[in-house]
Write a protein that binds this ligand. Sequence first.
Ligand SMILES: [Zn+2]
Ligand SMILES: [Zn+2]
Length: 123
Amino acid sequence: MDLSVRKGIPDWAIAAALAVVIAAGGMGAYVAWSGSSGENRRGNLVCEKCGHQFEISAQDYHAAQAESRGANVRCPKCGQLAAEPVMARCPKCQRPIRHRDVEPGSPAHLQRLCPFCGQKMPA
Ligand SMILES: [Zn+2]
Ligand SMILES: [Zn+2]
């Protein structure tokens, strides 16, 4: 990616774009993967049904996506296809923030705030 285009674009927007590319059409899932080396990177997911949070490697995530044919992944705790990627965790309210929690163009999106409590997210 041409680094010059990064000016003024929030890092998580970059990450979102990358995640879409990485997911290869996987419903536009957003995954804030930690680390930097390909399939060894890890990301956090949260289950919509039971609230279980767990870590998964990019490789496992893609395999699970292929199985579910969507962005959601099977929760290891309750077994439902309800686990979604978490792109960040709020340092104040500790809630996991998913892509769809942040409305595009909203203050939370543009100013990188927690959509739940308004806390400024760390860079
Ligand atoms: Zn669950
Ligand atoms: Zn918060």
